[in-house]
Design a protein around this ligand. Structure first.
Ligand code: NAD
Length: 497
């Protein structure tokens, strides 16, 4: 009998008001039911938002370094539970244990980073244009934050939002993906055990309708979302109507450029990790390989040889490199692009099918796949497939590589492999993306660096790094006039007026 899980509202674990549940299953073996989770209704969102609102005055007036002390304990507990959390994550969303350990490690790094920033929530002091007057800015928390996340980094990505939001003094309604509710619950358990006070973090489980209720809720003051561009744009429309601050982290179609002068050994390792790690289900996955014609055949041949050595399987087993896709609809979507690609005239070089291994028939597995002959406007080069599918495009110059790389609506990550320092530095400016790697694949975020994209990937905000605190704080401007008289700014009393 699989476990029955609850929402976490105002410091207690409670069933959803509609009384219904949904199951979370292991994508490597769909007979394996991880647990049943509350399918929350609007009343649960009401309760969670009310608890967060009630907890806000005390939490926001707790000295920031004291909030930091609790976040440090959160990091310590994540570290203690790292292997158990990684195992639960692999069981729930499929990526191999080495990757899920990395996911938890990113959460640990984020906890310690956010904790340390609580001693540095700086404003500015600025000279006044008038005598005996002091100008400064201070940071105030925003209020109740509604945090809605995807399933592919089910612990790391929520912590990119939860930890800085808490550090800055906000309270939270958290709605994890319906594909990773167990990871969401385990993360909130860590916060509870670390001593985050009742009402400061609230968890409501469920699907997009619950996410929609969080966004619309009048007591939710700001929303941060990670997920698809399609859903993000809908949330954007709602937040525009309600004049609610919103941070969006959405899809990607990330290019890796390999120039003729690149170190091909390095590029080979990078492309395998970038394209087939997490079964291609990363917002930053390398999904377009833009390769100079002089090295195209050699690189594609080497990728094919190396991809044959990748082991597909249950990520909890030793030696597995590539886990399953998340669910049946993801598998069907990836399968549909096999026909789309060939209809468009691209050449399927390897992969393109589900594995025939009898041990893998109970999961959503798909072979690492590569298409050549892809041209810039094909759907294979434009649309986020979110699976282990690499599209190879050929170019004959740096300028053409950049034009092709930028020919997409997305703008999350990008990379260039080259030994030419001029091209490396030019690419940092030329590539239309929030992130550029030089001589590294399109993946590899670090917790203390800003993370986010341009164009249809984002809306100008960043998770991670110092920049995330700009979203979770309001800047307040303060003037202190100690001259003892009324001084009027911009009136004709300036010395040279
Ligand atoms: P999704 O957009 O389907 O769902 C994301 C979250 O939004 C889930 O919690 C879902 O329940 C919720 N949701 C769905 N409809 C909603 C609505 N109308 N209102 C409010 N909430 C709603 O995405 P997914 O399939 O979970 O994740 C994959 C996508 O996420 C990919 O496009 C990937 O690129 C993107 N992603 C982006 C980043 C990033 O930082 N840029 C990171 C990870 C994943």
């Amino acid at each position: 009998m699989a476990d029955l899980f609850k929402n976490y509202i105002d410091g207690t674990w409670q069933a959803a008001t509609p009384g219904t549940t949904f199951a979370s299953r292991n994508p490597a073996s769909f007979q394996d039911v991880i647990g049943h989770f509350p399918a929350s209704g609007p009343a649960d969102v009401d309760d969670a938002a009310a608890a967060a609102q009630d907890a806000f005055p005390a939490w926001s007036s707790t000295p920031a370094p004291e909030r930091g002390r609790i976040l440090k304990r959160v990091g310590d507990l994540l570290l203690e539970r790292k292997n158990d959390l990684a195992d639960a994550m692999t069981r729930e969303m499929g990526k191999p244990l080495s990757e899920t350990r990395g996911d938890v490690q990113e959460a640990i790094d984020t906890a310690y980073y956010a904790a340390s920033e609580t001693r540095r929530l700086f404003g500015h002091t600025v000279p006044s244009e008038l005598p005996d007057k002091f100008n400064m800015t201070i940071r105030r928390p925003v209020g109740v934050c509604g945090l809605i996340t995807a399933w592919n980094f089910p612990i790391a990505v929520p912590t990119w939002k939860i930890f800085p939001a808490l550090a800055a003094g906000n309270t939270i309604v958290f709605k994890p993906s319906e594909e990773s509710p167990h990871c969401g619950a385990l993360l909130v358990e860590v916060l509870e055990d670390a001593g985050v006070p009742a009402g400061v973090i609230n968890l409501v489980q469920g699907d997009g309708t619950v996410g929609g209720a969080v966004v619309e809720h009048p007591s939710v003051d700001a929303v941060s979302f990670t997920g698809s561009t399609e859903v993000g744009k809908k949330i954007g429309a709602t937040c525009g109507r309600l004049n609610k601050p919103l941070s969006l982290e959405m899809g990607g179609k990330n290019p890796m450029i390999v120039m003729a002068d690149a170190d091909l050994d390095l590029a080979l390792e990078g492309v395998l990790w970038g394209a087939y790690g997490t079964t291609g289900q990363r917002c930053t996955a390398t999904s377009r390989l833009i390769v100079h014609e002089d090295v195209h055949d050699e690189l594609v041949g080497r990728i094919q040889d190396a991809a044959e050595g990748l082991t597909l399987g249950d990520g909890r087993e030793e030696g597995v490199d590539v886990g399953p896709l998340i669910n049946e609809s993801a598998l069907k979507k990836v399968q549909s692009y096999m026909q789309i690609g060939q209809d468009e005239g691209a050449t399927l070089v390897f992969g393109g099918t589900t594995p025939d291994n009898p041990d893998l028939q109970d999961g959503y597995f798909f072979e690492p796949t590569l298409f050549t002959g892809v041209t810039p406007n094909m759907r294979l080069a434009q649309e986020e497939i979110f699976g282990p599918v690499l599209s190879v495009l050929t170019v004959s110059s740096y300028e053409e590589a950049v034009t092709v790389a930028n020919n997409t609506d997305y703008g999350l990550s990008s990379s260039i492999y080259t030994e030419n320092v001029r091209h490396a530095f030019q690419a940092m400016h030329d590539l239309e993306a929030g992130i550029t790697y030089v001589n590294g694949p399109t993946i590899g975020a670090e917790a203390h660096m800003p993370f986010g994209g341009v164009k249809d990937t984002g809306n100008g905000h960043r998770d991670g790094g110092w920049e995330v605190f700009d979203f979770y704080t309001e800047t307040k401007t303060v003037y202190v006039d100690y001259s003892g008289q009324l001084q009027k700014a911009q009136m004709d009393n300036a010395p040279d007026a």
